[in-house]
Design a protein around this ligand. Sequence first.
Ligand code: NIG
Ligand code: FE
Length: 414
Amino acid sequence: MKLLVKNIKKLVQVEDLPKRWVAGKDMQTLPCVDNAYLLIRDGLIADFGPMEFCPTGTDAEEVDATGRMVFPSFCDSHTHIIYAGSREIEYIDKIRGLSYEEIAKRGGGILNSAQRLREASEDELFEAAMERVNEIISLGTGAVEIKSGYGLSTDSELKMLRVAQRIKRESPITVKTTFLGAHAVPAEYKGRQSEYVDLIINEMIPAVAAENLADFIDVFCDKGFFTVEETERMMEAGAKYGMRPKIHANELALSGGIQAGVRYSALSVDHLEFTEKDEMESLLSSTTMPTVLPGAAFFLEMEYPPVRKMMEAGLPVALASDYNPGSSPSGDMKFILSLACVKMKMLPEEAINAATINSAYAMGLSETHGSISRGKIANFFITKPIPSYEYMPYAYTQKLVDEVYLHGEKVCNK
Ligand code: NIG
Ligand code: FE
């Protein structure tokens, strides 16, 4: 199977020598080829370059991309895409002035989703999640990390992760899965948080590992949720089964979650609305990707993470959607680019690097995803005719993803 995309106005985010991430000032560079071709063979990127070197007389199926650009698919390294039912009523509570923590304390928030998830069948969850998966595919996402965390009991956490595995088998999108039993303390453990942590360590983690359901382990390490000590115990338990941490940290306070993640070689620490000098210093000497989720800060009207300071300090930054029913009911990575630029003052090049190569790293995929590079998986999209790549974040509600290819095959265009 061969595919040749010709006359590409601009082929965006190309790499001759693949990098694991881009950091600091380098994030301002977005390597591109003008008037380019892209050759795909057996689902992989075989070659690319300027049109003057375009192969001729191949038996490849040809696509003419005149006036249009090609991007590597977005990598969305942090989502809670499996859930039962929306939470627009809490959204009204928020409009009326309640905070995220107040809503959570009243049994809303994550616990509201947990109750509904426990009542839903595996098939129902799968169908609802697949609709969202198909939606994000059509919006240009080619790899997605999916967390559990609305089950909060062994059975329901396993149910969520089995649904995630089924998405992995049945959808062409690349999926990585994360066990997030420590998303909140379930109602039946109210006042007995340490017993719930014991349950996670002694029962849930071994059960998840026995079925090989999760690549990573996550903990909501923050004020009002899990402490640093609890987080460390759970990361340690996960490590025994080879689950590398990806931690929800510093969304609500300077919780110490970033440093804890770094100490346990987390692949990423995510949210980071509360990040100061100490947090940045600990990240600098680590292999942990700072990941920011501006969709959540936007929806909850929180302070945005100090991304410019992080990049000035030399750090890499990744972007993800946090697609979930409570704090970010959208998985539109193009809108995330716009938020990154408007609200966090990222340059378009920085935002695109953050949503492709760096977010690929944040989900353990930078060797196969996140750039147009020979040998990588052919996950990419062709835009509508656009004047420049900067137009992508600028035209913040326009649907600009025209044709989507995953493993070199056209998936959908609407
Ligand atoms: O990443 N912060 C923790 N978890 C989610 C919110 C989940 C929910 O409200 O349902 C987040 O924002
Ligand atoms: Fe999240």
